[in-house]
Design a protein around this ligand. Structure first.
Ligand code: ADP
Ligand code: MG
Length: 238
């Protein structure tokens, strides 16, 4: 579960070609990081996979099925954004439960799934709090909890840590990596931060102006960059 294949996927906004054509294979259970400078098309690519944008051309295959025309809700993917987008008036429990309530799940099922997600994310003691009573890291975990309860075939993260301070970012980086080891679900993670890419990824996809410059493991890219762009980007951590 959770393989994602892009065949000649392109995206044009008006006269602006953001993604000329991308071919990419993400294997089941892989932690794949899209990395590249601001404006290179990382979010657009993730949104195409999520179905939040329509492709201009090409095909997206999820779990062996053509998903190109499927609406977001039918793709069984969960997206976590950099802004937490939590409901301020609702408790942590209600925030995490929200997608399940919308899906009309039974209360008993909801309670169990929320309890499971809270355990995985160390939020058990915070379920009755409101978002404003939480730290930035805890809020981000609530957002991840809301993604987890839907039991997606893959998680899509768009710069989830960029609103956090440096120390918290390091913590959350480890937590998301541990979550991946625990759940073994495919994760596609967008960042402009080379360190995040190098420390978290099984496979890094280096993007530049909507093109894939190189795909490889962190060590591959570090030791055998295909070109100067990759060498410059990967080789010069901030
Ligand atoms: P990144 O996430 O790598 O910073 P984005 O995918 O957000 O880059 O943006 C890539 C390019 O596409 C940018 O030039 C941006 O201005 C453009 N773009 C993104 N979304 C839209 C849109 N809805 N309409 C027009 N242009 C867009
Ligand atoms: Mg972006």
């Amino acid at each position: 579960m959770g393989s994602i294949t892009l065949n000649s996927v392109s995206k044009v906004f008006g006269a602006h070609t953001v993604i000329p054509s991308i071919d990419l294979k993400i294997d089941e259970g892989e932690f794949v990081v899209f990395v590249g400078p601001s404006g290179c098309g990382k979010s657009t690519l993730l949104r195409l996979i999520a179905g939040l944008e329509d492709v201009s051309g090409g095909k997206i295959v999820i779990d062996g099925k053509d998903a190109t025309e499927l609406p977001p809700a039918k793709r069984r993917l969960s997206m976590v954004f950099q802004s937490y987008a939590l409901y301020p008036h609702m408790s942590v429990r209600s925030n995490i439960a929200f997608p399940l309530k919308m899906a009309g799940e039974d209360t008993s099922v909801i309670d169990k799934k929320v309890a499971d997600a809270a355990r995985v994310l160390n939020l058990t003691d915070y379920l009755d709090r409101k978002p404003r009573q939480l730290s930035g890291g805890q809020r981000q975990r609530v957002a991840i909890g809301r993604a987890i309860v839907r039991q997606p075939v893959a998680f899509l993260f768009d710069e989830p840590l960029s609103n956090l301070d440096a120390a918290l970012r390091v913590n959350m980086r480890l937590e998301i990596s541990q979550l991946h080891q625990q759940l073994k679900t495919t994760m596609v993670y967008v960042t402009h931060d080379q360190v995040e890419a190098m420390t978290m990824a099984d496979k890094i996809v280096v993007l530049n102006r909507g093109n894939v410059e190189q795909v490889g493991s962190p060590l591959d890219l570090y030791h055998r960059p295909d070109n100067l762009f990759v060498a410059g980007f990967i080789g010069s951590p901030k």
